[in-house]
Design a protein around this ligand. Structure first.
Ligand SMILES: Nc1ncnc2c1ncn2[C@@H]1O[C@H](COP(=O)(O)OP(=O)(O)OP(=O)(O)O)[C@@H](O)[C@H]1O
Ligand SMILES: [Mg+2]
Length: 262
């Protein structure tokens, strides 16, 4: 009997984002030391690591807010690091980002905060903008808060408004810097659920930074550990949990890490 023909291997889909040998120093102090990682279209990559490891600096390179000293960030096959201003702007439109610092405008109400990128970058009508704002608030489980000011909201609600603003432009890539930091475990789990649900509803590629391993395991397809500017491991959650590296095991267990025990 003839063996059934082996199907030809399908060519691997090109990565949504390819980071190649990324280096960055500030005032002579190296922060990123040759990072290389590929992120597939539709993947949720979570970056974990101690304070000062370079996580936020890494995320800001992905969207072109910081230029590397060396190395490249390639988005949909286009080099963001060497792109001219016009191409850079087009590439940046693919991204939505919620910053660690929160960054809502306190002088604007929730509606205007979320409408801000829509007014600025689209020609949507007032009615279309209102629909979109409502839709985004529903996705983060905060219907009806349009007319509240950010200062009237709790930390967890503000964080969710930040997520709603990040998705307003229907970006292809979402970057979240510490969406759960400083929140109680229940609110933190609510935010994780919002992120998981957003992925189910939107065809997005996501890169999320967190300190919180529980949260990382909930939302990641792959977890990457950044230590002192180097990616020391990248693996799906189940595999990541079993990596025998003592630093990683201590991090997962929430035990003090050498460089933090001064
Ligand atoms: N714009 C900047 N100018 C100078 N140094 C910077 C700048 N941004 C970051 N750094 C330094 O780079 C290092 C890494 O910072 P980064 O913000 O990426 O850390 P992190 O891993 O996000 O930490 P955390 O978990 O505390 O947010 C730190 O030593 C920080 O002081
Ligand atoms: Mg940070």
């Amino acid at each position: 009997m003839n063996p059934s023909p082996t199907p030809a291997p399908s060519p691997a889909a090109p990565p949504k984002i390819a980071v190649v040998d990324l280096w960055k120093s500030f005032s002579g102090k190296p922060v990123l030391k040759g990072l290389t990682v590929e992120i597939s279209s539709g993947e949720s990559l979570v970056i974990v690591g101690g304070s000062g490891a370079g996580k936020s600096v890494f995320l800001k390179h992905l969207i072109g807010l910081i230029r590397p000293d060396r190395g490249r960030v390639i988005v949909d096959g286009q080099d963001l690091t060497s792109a001219d201003a016009a191409v850079g702007l087009e590439l940046r439109k693919k991204f939505g980002m919620s910053f660690q610092e929160g960054a809502l405008f306190d002088s604007l109400d929730v509606f205007e905060n979320i409408a801000f990128p829509l007014r600025r970058h689209t020609r949507m009508t007032a009615a279309e903008i209102a629909d979109r704002v409502r839709e985004c608030l529903e996705l983060v489980h905060l219907p009806g808060v349009e007319r509240k000011s950010p200062s009237e909201l709790s930390g967890g609600m503000r964080r969710r408004v930040g997520l709603a603003r990040a998705i307003a432009m229907k970006p292809e890539i979402l970057l979240f810097d510490e969406p759960n930091t400083g929140l109680d475990p229940i609110t933190s789990a609510v935010i994780d659920n919002v992120i998981v649900e957003m992925r189910e509803h939107l065809p997005v590629t996501m890169v999320t930074i967190t300190h919180d391993m529980k949260s990382a395991f909930r939302i990641a397809d792959r977890v990457a550990m950044l230590r002192e500017g180097v990616l020391i491991a990248t693996a799906p959650p189940d595999e990541f949990r079993r990596i025998p590296d003592p630093y990683i095991q201590k991090f997962i267990a929430g035990e003090p890490l050498e460089e933090e025990v001064a």
